[in-house]
Structures are given as structure tokens and as C-alpha cells.
Write a protein that binds this ligand. Structure first.
Ligand code: ADP
Ligand code: MG
Length: 256
């Protein structure tokens, strides 16, 4: 590939539910090829923001752009077709199917959406299945799953299943990955493996990452830029070291 992903620009996004403003004029930019973390106390609006970006919720006002493409108001499959993939906080894999078949299902979304990534040449009808399963095997190897392709997902440890989910998101050849708490519920070793995989996704594949994560050590280690939300408002954006010491951020986290 080699072409940088476009920037994701979130501009002045407001989301109102009955009687509650979940996001209040929030804006930030995910720079091409960067890891951007979205943090904040419970109820700050992080999941709402993810749901707006992936087309699950519609913003009350404001806009979201991905390069030249306007995402505002697009349904999830159209957002996916533009090269934005997400994982869910709770795993959404088919437990009875093998790792390979779960990844092939992820791949199927790509064909259905008709999205053709730069560098992915249009396969001939005959070569299509072989091409897809070849790419699936490559992605599995990248995610450390090469020896587990035939294993039913339901038999795998939690930390490995989370890596299968990330691999499945990679199967749509995204240029931006939205990760919702990728290390939640993991033990130390699993966290290290996932962190290594996230670094590799950014550095080897050049994919931009927007990360919601509660583990501050993980955020400090992985993120180039951090945006902090509190009660639906953006209270800080900047490099992790600076945001960590921001008085308003400290206040939000201490609840003072
Ligand atoms: P976070 O992910 O940062 O914990 P959320 O985005 O889940 O926060 O929630 C932000 C606020 O919006 C909360 O007060 C939550 O109760 C509210 N909220 C989220 N989704 C809905 C919804 N579908 N309907 C009504 N209120 C919602
Ligand atoms: Mg949430």
C-alpha cells in the first residue's frame, strides 16, 4: 500500500438524548497513521462518540469527515465501506465457528460492501476464494493466530479471542480502526500481547487507531495524542504527558 490514511475530523458534534446532552460540541482530529486515545470518566460520552463515528447513532448537529468523505449521517455499512472498522467492548464473534471462518466472515463484509483497498487488486471470479483465504491466513499470522486457524473461537482463552476480533476487523482492510477498550478484562500477559499487536497495526500496516481505553498505563504507552471528555464536553487534547498533568483533567478524574 504505502498511501497514508486520511485524517478523521470530528467537528462540533452534539448528541442529545431525551433530556440529556451526551456530547456537547466535541471536536478533535485523528492524524493520519497516529494512535489517538479517547478517555474520560464513566458517562463522559466515549461510547456515544464511537457510535456516531461508526454510524450507529446520528449526531444532533456537527460533522465528521474522513479525508474527502463526509461521514455525517451515513449508516454503518457505508462507514465500513470507506475503510473504518471497529471492535466492540463485548466480543461479537461466532463461538462455534473456527478462527478461519470468523475471519472469512469479516472478509465477506468487504466483498459485500464493494470496498477495494488500495493495493488489493480486483480478484477474478475463480481466484477470489483463494485470494481471500490467502489474505486471511496472512492476517491471522500477523495477529499471532497462525496455529489456531482451525480452532473453534469458543474454545480459545479470552485474550486470544480479543485478538481474533481485532484480526477480523483487519480483514476488511481498514485505514482507521476504532478500538473499544481492547484490553478490558485481560491479564498482564494478554495486555502486553494486545499492546504489541496495536503497535504493529500502526507501524507495519500504517492504519490510524482511535482507542477508548480505561487502562491509563496503556493509554500513556500507546497514544500519540489523547482527548479527554467529561460530561460530554472535550476538556483537553494533547500529548499524553501533558494531558495527564492538566489541572482540569486531574479534577475530572478526582471528581472534585
Ligand atoms: P461513556 O462511554 O464515556 O461511559 P456513554 O457515551 O456511554 O459514556 O454515555 C454518555 C451519556 O449518554 C450517559 O449519561 C448515558 O447514560 C447517555 N446515553 C448513552 N446512550 C444513550 C441512549 N441510547 N439513550 C439515552 N441516553 C444515552
Ligand atoms: Mg462506554
Amino acid at each position: 500500500d504505502g498511501t497514508a490514511p486520511p485524517a478523521l475530523e470530528v467537528r462540533d458534534v452534539t448528541v442529545r438524548f431525551a433530556g440529556l446532552t451526551a456530547l456537547d460540541g466535541v471536536g478533535f482530529t485523528v492524524e493520519p497513521g497516529s494512535v489517538h486515545a479517547l478517555i474520560g470518566p464513566n458517562g463522559a460520552g466515549k461510547s456515544t462518540c464511537f457510535n456516531v463515528l461508526s454510524g450507529v447513532y446520528r449526531a444532533t448537529s456537527g460533522s465528521v469527515r474522513f479525508g474527502d468523505a463526509e461521514l455525517t449521517g451515513l449508516p454503518p455499512h457505508r462507514v465500513a465501506a470507506l475503510g473504518i472498522a471497529r471492535t466492540f467492548q463485548n466480543i461479537a464473534l461466532s463461538p462455534h465457528l473456527s478462527v478461519r471462518d470468523n475471519l472469512m466472515l469479516g472478509r465477506h463484509r468487504l466483498t459485500r460492501a464493494g470496498f477495494v483497498a488500495a493495493g488489493l487488486r480486483l480478484p477474478s471470479a475463480r481466484g477470489e476464494a483463494a485470494r481471500h483465504s490467502g489474505r486471511v491466513a496472512e492476517i491471522a499470522a500477523f495477529a499471532g493466530l497462525a496455529d489456531l486457524l482451525d480452532c473453534p473461537v469458543g474454545l480459545l482463552p479470552y485474550g486470544v479471542r480479543k485478538r481474533v476480533e481485532l484480526a477480523r476487523a483487519l480483514c476488511v482492510e481498514p485505514r482507521l480502526l476504532l478500538l473499544d477498550e481492547p484490553v478490558a478484562g485481560m491479564n498482564g500477559g494478554e495486555r502486553r500481547d494486545m499492546a504489541g499487536l496495536i503497535v504493529a497495526v500502526r507501524e507495519s500496516l500504517g492504519i490510524s487507531i482511535l482507542l477508548v481505553e480505561h487502562d491509563m498505563g496503556m493509554v500513556m504507552r500507546l497514544a500519540d495524542t489523547v482527548t479527554v471528555l467529561d460530561f460530554g464536553r472535550r476538556i483537553a487534547t494533547g500529548p499524553p504527558e501533558r494531558v495527564q498533568d492538566d489541572p482540569e483533567v486531574v479534577r475530572a478524574y478526582l471528581g472534585a
